[in-house]
Design a protein around this ligand. Sequence first.
Ligand code: 13P
Length: 249
Amino acid sequence: MRKKIIAGNWKMNYTVSQGEDFLLSIIDTINTDEVDVVICPNFTMLDRFSDLLEGKKVKLGSQNVYYEPKGAFTGETSPYMLQALNVKYCIVGHSERRTLFGETDEMVNNKAKALLELDMSPIICVGETLEQRNSGEMFDVVEKQVKAALKDIDKEMVKRNVVIAYEPIWAIGTGVTATSDEAEDMCKFIRKTVLNLYDKETAECLRVQYGGSVNPKNAAEILSKEDIDGALVGGASLKNDFVSIVNYE
Ligand code: 13P
């Protein structure tokens, strides 16, 4: 049985003190072992949150990373810097990074590899635009993203640490959620893609999240699906709604 993983992507929201106030208001209400819960705040909060989350059930995640260990890369953050702050998860290839900041499939692959080398979990985001869905290209688009992201990654690493988040771009921040069947179909397809790349065991271990306008009303139905192993939550993770989503059952 795959353990579900529910992650909050705070994106570029909250100052350190605002984030801390919110985190402290919810942290003790999240006390479950049934689900892995991850919060991915802005970089500026990671140091403080690393202390606040010590001994808590919630794990710390980052929203980005650079793949070089150190050096002249102004403005970037290395996997070692994240590891030193007890960061366990890191979102890579979010569609906002791909479209607004030019993150390519190759960069996503390099970031995933760099994280895995240090035993951290990349949450690899994939997903199609509305145009691509309307023209029926969505499975091809997602297959290409998954294959590129996992290029040259060893199956033991995939089994141990890789999470893939299916985030259809048209469902992000729009209030329009994919139907649970649309989400399930794509998450199942992602698992099949991983099966073809590796083997059945690896595909069965892989956790696939859905992301895109997840809220307390739709979470239970989405998370009841066989191939959906969790949620990547944006807007609703900035509010108490996140606790309701974590307690979706
Ligand atoms: P929303 O939940 O705000 O649609 O955002 C989803 C997302 O992009 C999570 O990474």
